[in-house]
Write a protein that binds this ligand. Structure first.
Ligand code: ARG
Ligand code: GLU
Length: 718
């Protein structure tokens, strides 16, 4: 399996001058694979300026934020920019009806006012190293998949042991190209990440879920955080003694603005793409899995929205949850449309036909791996869907998940190794958990969501696999009425009433805690969870192991078949570079989208009666007075967002958009509706990433929030 290195060399020797656009490239191989192409397309810096292990480079300013987003350091005092939607749950946690930071925004005026966020972490990559040989040491081609996995796991463990893998320094070994290559990543992990500022939602989330995943866009999607370190400038637990982290490099900011055709790149942490899976799998995803998820989420959204529209408190309670459900829902709709419109399944099939012809002719191992995958995907469907039903219909429900968590307390009460003292502490922690859970809980809405989800679950169409136990309970005892079953649970369960639960926990002795085991909701949540983990997951894992090995062989085949082409690995939450240009697109015949939007467009969308389109009076005044300061474009207007052909996905939110000189020009936050299929199939004519113009972000901080101390920390270039 050293052949990946050979392949990289092969790619080098047959270098093509086609502007890539598609691709998320590994920083470590930029020099070999991409920098020449990047420079030919306008980049003025070197691969070494972007990623270097010897000196400081741009990578030192790139942050993996909270596990699911990207952020960038913009000052020597650890100031970090990310998206508003990436900071959303932190902002939400600090919000109440009295201090509604979601609605009003939050601006700390001194460092002392910056807010800590327990549980929020931020990672910075310090090193990256190819460890394919070490990981595959002892693995042979003839070996069965279980043995292979076991050896790989041991090898990875020993690599981690040889490096400092701890709370503040994480070592990660990740598979690339489906296990044809392995790379070790080392990170500093910050645990003291403070909220510095956030615009009001009608700026940071302007257009809300209506405009989400769409162009033209006017969302000021940013928030500001700061990394804190101990006095040795090392990551540490949250503490008053901590001081702002001093980075090896902070991004410099360009106020020049962008023009169509300008070279750009995005440096961040794309989460997951599946560009190389078989057509049959794309068909399964778009024709079986997505429709179920889309349909159920739509119903959940209607329920939440009805509540949020009538009550201010419910709006705060459910805003973050709603956004989470809505985001996937809308993305999958766009994905399905794009795949259909692009005829992507047939295009993939055409490719597969050519591929198979070549593989058979050359007797490649991949000649069997493709047809075998097709069969497997069919066999897996009931199990895959059991998983999807479990996640979307059973477990993606607040009270279900919450009640299930109480099993830990019950276990602890029976565990002799846990002292009474320790147990008391757990009770106190549980009480805190209860308070924070019920802050965002509304019984009617929760029950409605439960009933609706369970109704969807109850129609599970694959009868040849084992079903969860509550199915027969509903059919026998409740005569097929999911409603009656739900009524019973919401009437009897202690979890539907915060005060009763608190009273019980406070009074119950250690031996009485296990009474909770009789609670109907806990019986349900534990039952459905155990059903999934005991009945479905083991089967799914067996299939998955075979699937992985077939995909690995197929991937190696693709690389060999497409000799001379540069092939990027699918996204896997590791640091990547995507590059392209500032450019508009043509969504339909006769329609052309320009590459930027302005404040004028915000005013055109303004509607005081619609929550998503309310404009702050202060912003309006700035607009009327054209008070844009140094942030105005040379055309005199205030630019808000722009688009480009950089290949991005979920996780790239908050990623810096950089210009030819590596200066910060924007913050990535979304993709266009027409292009959301890019996780499965990238089309350079339709796929665009959406970025916030950095000048709008700074204008809001400077002119709107008047938090000048932040502006003074940053470094600008002309
Ligand atoms: N669509 C963007 C992304 O995938 C923005 C999400 C913000 N959430 C929302 N529901 N508006 O994450
Ligand atoms: N909004 C996405 C995120 O949270 C980025 C948009 C995309 O999926 O490309 O990462």
């Amino acid at each position: 399996m050293k052949n990946i290195i050979l392949i990289v060399l092969m790619i080098l020797s047959t270098y093509f001058h086609v502007f890539a656009k598609e691709g998320m490239w590994i920083p470590m191989f930029l020099q070999q694979l991409n920098s020449e192409d990047m420079q030919a397309n306008g980049m003025k810096i070197s691969a070494e300026d972007i990623y270097s292990i010897n000196h400081s480079s741009l990578k030192d300013a790139i942050v993996h934020f909270g596990g699911g987003c990207t952020a960038e350091i913009v000052s020597n005092k650890g100031l970090v920019l990310t998206n508003h939607h990436c900071g959303y749950s932190s902002i939400q946690k600090h919000s109440s009806v009295e201090h509604d930071y979601l609605t009003d925004g939050f601006w700390s005026k001194t460092m002392a006012e910056e807010l800590t966020n327990p549980g929020l972490t931020a990672k910075i990559l310090t090193n990256m190293q190819d460890v394919t040989d070490e990981v595959l040491d002892g693995v042979s081609v003839s070996m069965n998949e279980q043995d292979r996995e076991a050896i790989i796991a041991l090898n990875i463990e020993s690599i981690k042991k040889n490096h400092d893998d701890s709370k503040f320094h994480k070592v990660d070994v990740k598979a690339f190209y489906y296990g044809n290559q392995y790379i070790m990543m080392e990170y500093m992990v910050f645990h003291d990440v403070r909220l510095v500022g956030a615009p009001p939602s009608n700026i940071g989330k302007f257009g809300g879920d209506t405009d989400n995943w769409m162009w033209p866009r006017h969302t000021g999607d940013f928030s500001v955080f700061r990394l804190y370190a101990n006095s040795n400038n090392e990551p540490a637990d949250i503490s008053n003694d901590n001081i702002p982290y001093q980075p090896r490099q902070a991004l410099k900011i360009s106020l020049k603005g962008v023009e169509e055709g300008d070279f750009t790149f995005i440096f961040g942490y794309p989460g997951r793409t599946q560009e190389y899976i078989p057509a049959s799998q794309v068909k399964y995803i778009t024709e079986v899995q997505n429709p179920f998820k889309i349909n159920l989420r739509r119903q959940k959204l209607d329920i939440m929205k009805a509540g949020m529209d009538t009550d201010k408190n419910i709006r705060i309670q459910y805003s973050s949850k709603y956004a989470g459900v809505a985001n996937g829902w809308k993305k999958w709709i766009g994905e399905n449309k794009g795949i259909a419109r692009n005829n992507a399944i047939n295009k993939k099939k055409d490719f597969e036909n050519k591929f198979l012809f070549w593989a058979v002719e050359n007797d490649e191992p991949s000649k069997d791996a493709l047809p075998q995958q097709d069969t497997l995907i069919m066999q897996m469907e009931p199990y895959n869907m059991a998983y999807t039903y479990f996640v979307e219909a059973a477990y993606y429900h607040d009270l279900t998940r919450f009640s299930h968590g109480f099993n830990n307390l019950i276990e602890a009460s029976k565990d002799e190794n846990i002292s009474d003292e320790e147990f008391k502490k757990r009770i106190e922690d549980t009480k805190k958990g209860i308070a924070s859970f019920y802050k965002d809980y509304n019984k009617d809405i929760d029950k409605n969501l439960f009933t609706t989800s369970l109704k969807a679950y109850y129609t599970f169409p694959y009868k040849n696999i084992k079903l969860p136990e509550f199915f027969s309970l509903i059919s026998k005892k409740y005569k097929n009425s999911v409603e009656k079953y739900a009524d019973m649970i919401y009437k009897k369960s202690i979890f539907t009433n915060q005060q009763n639960l608190i009273n019980f926990i406070t009074k119950a002795s250690r031996t009485k805690i296990k009474k909770l085991e009789k609670d109907p909701l806990l019986i349900y949540s534990t039952g459905v969870f155990n059903y999934f983990f005991n009945e479905i997951r083991p089967e799914l894992n067996k299939f998955q192991l075979v699937k992985d090995s077939l995909q690995r062989v197929y991937m190696a085949g693709i690389i060999k078949f497409r000799v001379g082409e540069k092939i990027y690995p699918d996204a896997n939450s590791t640091l990547r570079i995507a590059y392209g240009k500032v450019e508009g697109f043509e969504p339909r015949d006769g329609i052309e989208y320009t590459y930027f939007t302005t404040l004028k467009g915000i005013m055109a969308k303004e509607n005081p009666d619609i929550y998503d389109y309310v404009v702050e009076p202060k912003l309006k005044n700035l607009y009327i007075n054209k008070d844009y300061g140094q942030y105005a474009d040379k055309d005199g207007s205030m630019h808000v967002c722009f688009i480009g052909s950089n290949h991005t996905t979920g996780g790239n939110s908050g990623s810096p958009a950089l210009d030819a000189n590596g200066n910060l020009i924007g913050i990535n936050f979304d993709r266009n509706w027409e292009g959301t299929m890019s996780d499965l199939n990238y089309d350079p004519s339709q796929c665009r990433n959406i970025m916030l113009d950095i000048r709008y972000c700074l204008f809001i901080i400077d002119k709107f929030a008047e938090d000048h101390r932040l502006i003074e920390e940053m470094q600008f270039v002309n």
